[in-house]
Ligand binder design. Structure first.
Ligand SMILES: Cc1cc2nc3c(=O)[nH]c(=O)nc-3n(C[C@H](O)[C@H](O)[C@H](O)COP(=O)(O)O)c2cc1C
Length: 184
C-alpha cells in the first residue's frame, strides 16, 4: 500500500497551513485508497536542537523515516520572513540526501501577503530539487485571510489545490514505489 506523508512546516500548534493540508491529504488518500500520515514541525520543536540525526529523539527519527519512506510527500509551510521557517529547514537538513530521489512532492505555502507568493517557486522547489525529488508542476500559494477553518475561500486558489490533488494522484499511480531511490 502506498504511503502518503504530509510535512507541515509551521512551528505553530494552531497552524492554518495544517488545516488546508488536512483536507488536501484526505482527498488524495480517499481517491488513492490508501492511508496518510501528517508530520508537524510544531510537534517536534523542543527535539530539533540537534546537530545530526544520531542525536535526535525517537520521535524525530520516526518522522524523518516516514518522509524518507513515503511514496508521495505533500509539503505545506507558512512563509516566514520571505522564506520557509528555519526549523522546517533544520528538519529537512537531517534527511538522508539520497532518500527523496524521484519522490513526487506537492508544494503548498501560506502567507500574509501575495508579495511572497513566489516562495513556492523560488525557494521550496529548488530545495526539493537538491534531493532530485519530482516536484509536482502546480505549486500553490494561499493568502492566510482566505483560509477559514481549513477551508479555502477563494475559487482560483481552490482550483489550483484541486489541480495539485489530481497531479498527486497521477504521480502516485504512475510511479512505482521503489522508483530510482538509489540512483543519486
Ligand atoms: C514570524 C513570522 C514571520 C512571517 N513572515 C511572513 C512573510 O515574510 N511573508 C508573508 O507573506 N507572511 C509572513 N507571515 C505570515 C504567515 O506566513 C501566515 O500567517 C501563515 O499563513 C501562517 O501559517 P500557520 O498558521 O500554518 O503557521 C509571518 C508570520 C510569522 C509568525
Amino acid at each position: 500500500m502506498s504511503k502518503i506523508v504530509a510535512l507541515i512546516g509551521s512551528p505553530s500548534p494552531h497552524s492554518r497551513t495544517k488545516g488546508v493540508i488536512d483536507s488536501v491529504l484526505a482527498q488524495i488518500a480517499q481517491k488513492a485508497g490508501t492511508r496518510a500520515t501528517t508530520i508537524q514541525i510544531g510537534n517536534l520543536l523542543s527535539d530539533l536542537a540537534v546537530l545530526s540525526r544520531d542525536d535526535a529523539s525517537d520521535q524525530v527519527r520516526a518522522a524523518l523515516r516516514a518522509v524518507e519512506e513515503s511514496d508521495l510527500l505533500i509539503v505545506g509551510t507558512p512563509v516566514y520572513k520571505g522564506s520557509y521557517p528555519g526549523l522546517f529547514k533544520h528538519f529537512i537538513d537531517l534527511l538522508d540526501y539520497k532518500a527523496l530521489t524521484g519522490l513526487p512532492v506537492g508544494l503548498v505555502a501560506t502567507g500574509g501577503s501575495d508579495r511572497h507568493a513566489l516562495v513556492v517557486e523560488h525557494q521550496l522547489r529548488p530545495l526539493f530539487g537538491f534531493f532530485n525529488a519530482q516536484t509536482l508542476p502546480t505549486g500553490v500559494f494561499i493568502r492566510d485571510n482566505v483560509i477559514v477553518d481549513g477551508d479555502v475561500r477563494d475559487e482560483l486558489v481552490a482550483a489550483r489545490l484541486n489541480q495539485l490533488t489530481h497531479e498527486a494522484i497521477l504521480a502516485l499511480t504512475a510511479t512505482p514505489a521503489p522508483y530510482a531511490r538509489h540512483v543519486a
